[in-house]
Design a protein around this ligand. Structure first.
Ligand code: ADP
Length: 213
């Protein structure tokens, strides 16, 4: 879906404003045979979304933006750093058992696995743990780095990356979270310093905040 879905009435309002704007809410209501009050929620949505402008004593006018301009304008300017959560990481030497306990205690679905110096080594998800558990080995003796997805196959994001790009990475790789990293040069090799995590929950929270609920 590339456009926001407008209701039939919202489409009608846009058409009236296009033909007759600037036009007052009262006049739009008359043309639609509705009360001003019945129209208020639709007018609020159309002005909040940036499709309609409103000037006191003049009325409503078209801003000329399309619904997708409005969405891209808002989301394209938000950076990962503004939404990211604290990283939840375990050492690569941690056992699968302890990693599972950490998942419960920290209430996350994915753990970031780091080396002793804090560099990104891998990611371990719920299903990775289930697979390890199904194998029937003693999870206390199984290091988490046997169960994890490891570098260089980890998909990451950066604090100054647009959340749209980060969201596309989540979708195209069918994963729930991305480590947020800064790139470091260590002894001539590139390392990732983990500074956060970006998840589907961050996007869901933004979605609700944008509507002001
Ligand atoms: P779950 O396994 O709980 O459904 P995901 O969909 O996030 O969680 O993980 C699916 C697989 O992708 C797992 O094997 C996991 O290790 C791997 N994975 C998760 N996040 C990433 C990432 N950022 N980069 C690469 N692989 C990942």
């Amino acid at each position: 879906m590339s456009e926001i879905e407008l209701s039939k009435r919202q489409e009608q309002i846009l058409a009236i404003v296009k033909d007759s704007g600037p036009i007052t809410g009262e006049q739009i209501a008359d043309k639609l045979n509705l009360s001003r009050a019945a129209l208020r929620p639709d007018l609020a949505i159309l002005t909040m979304s940036g499709l309609l402008g409103a000037r006191p004593r003049v009325g409503y006018y078209l801003t000329g933006k399309t619904p997708s301009d409005v969405i891209a304008g808002v989301l394209g300017n938000i950076k990962v750093a503004q939404l990211q959560s604290q990283p939840v990481a375990v050492r690569n030497t941690c056992s699968v058992y302890d990693a599972i306990v950490t998942m419960f205690v920290e209430d996350v679905g994915t753990l970031i696995v780091v080396s002793a110096d804090g560099h990104l080594e891998g990611v371990v998800s719920r299903k990775d743990m289930l697979k390890a558990a199904l194998a029937g080995t003693n999870l206390n003796n199984l290091p988490v780095n046997v169960a994890m997805t490891r570098m260089p196959n980890i998909v990451v994001t950066y604090p100054d990356e647009s959340i749209l790009v980060a969201a596309q990475k989540l979708l195209s790789h069918q994963i729930d979270s991305l480590p947020v990293v800064n790139i470091l040069e260590v002894d001539g090799t590139e390392k990732y310093q983990v500074i956060g995590r970006f998840t589907k929950t961050n996007i869901t929270r933004l979605f609700v905040q944008l509507v002001g609920k």
